[in-house]
Design a protein around this ligand. Structure first.
Ligand SMILES: NC(=O)C1=CN([C@@H]2O[C@H](COP(=O)(O)OP(=O)(O)OC[C@H]3O[C@@H](n4cnc5c(N)ncnc54)[C@H](OP(=O)(O)O)[C@@H]3O)[C@@H](O)[C@H]2O)C=CC1
Ligand SMILES: O=C(O)C1=N[C@H](C(=O)O)C[C@H](O)C1
Length: 250
């Protein structure tokens, strides 16, 4: 018989949190035991016996939430953006003292988005140029998106491994922001507009051809299969897991 996992949601009244609560509630093998938002106490989750917490809050509070959960021995699935190398190192440090706890941090839980990043990494060595255009709803707090930053890193790693030369770009005079921001040597352009949810294009170019890899999340339900998969798997993977890729193998 499948074990029933007791789940708490942090950021439960937010756009993603509400969707996660609905998805957990609808899953036969998961029980929603705690819904916590701004101003509410984290200990409600431990009192309710949560075994896994899902965090969709914001970059200012996620580290405190993670530290607390790890200290309590509760595994965490994190969708909140803003994870720099320093932050990841801090999480690894906290986990060292609690080796049984699992933390899974994914820049994007959309299966299509994960594939878009994998395809972009695969294409990277074949093209001279690459730029990323990400588009989101205007209430998003951070720019560029975590997904775009992660994609840039994967592309930069693939280009470095292939010994790719610097990208051609003759720009000499630039108005601030006109060429986007530089992440690991890859330009990212961030668009914010009403009506959008979460979209990304990776535009590759080389002599005589371009390749565009595009992913669109048209509704936040797109993230739920990935979130639920992570909730079911995170306790089986002690330590820090980055991204959904390993869970989608085979
Ligand atoms: N990895 C992925 O696949 C995805 C990641 N995201 C990321 O998830 C995060 C949340 O996005 P979204 O749902 O759109 O944002 P929202 O602003 O809609 O939701 C965040 C919620 O967290 C609440 N909150 C703030 N502080 C705390 C706290 N200390 N404890 C508990 N709750 C708190 C907020 O309250 P208040 O509004 O009062 O501050 C708000 O209700 C962002 O970083 C976003 O980039 C989003 C979509 C997919
Ligand atoms: O804020 C959002 O909406 C999203 N945030 C994540 C990011 O920063 O990449 C994931 C997705 O793009 C939606």
């Amino acid at each position: 018989m499948t074990e029933n996992i007791r789940v708490g949601v942090l950021g439960a009244r937010g756009r993603m949190g509400l969707e996660v609560c609905k998805a957990v509630d609808a899953a036969d093998d998961l029980t929603l035991v705690s819904m916590i938002d701004q101003g509410e106490e984290l200990f409600q989750a431990s009192s309710a016996g949560a075994q896994v917490l899902v965090d969709f809050t914001n970059p200012d509070v996620v580290m405190d939430n993670l530290k607390w959960a790890i200290e309590q021995g509760i595994s965490v699935v994190v969708g909140t953006s803003g994870f720099s190398d320093d932050r990841l190192a801090a999480v690894r440090g906290w986990l060292a003292a609690k080796p049984e706890v699992g933390v899974l941090i994914a820049p994007n839980f959309g299966i299509g988005a994960v594939l878009m990043m994998q395809f972009a990494a695969r294409a990277a060595r074949f093209f001279e140029s690459v730029e990323i255009i990400e588009q989101h709803h205007p209430r998003k707090l951070d720019a560029p998106s975590g997904t775009a930053v992660h994609t840039a890193r994967l592309i930069a790693e693939a280009r470095a491994a292939a010994g790719s030369p610097p990208m051609p770009d003759a720009t000499k005079e630039e108005q601030l922001g006109a060429r986007g921001t530089d992440a690991d040597g890859v330009r990212i352009h961030s668009i914010r507009a009403s009506g959008l949810v979460a979209h990304q294009e990776v535009l590759f170019g080389t002599s005589g051809e371009t390749l565009t890899i595009r992913h669109d999340s048209l509704d936040r339900s797109s993230f739920m299969p990935g979130v639920l998969l992570a909730v079911r798997e995170v306790r089986k993977r002690p330590g820090l897991t980055l991204g959904l890729d390993a869970l989608l193998e085979g």
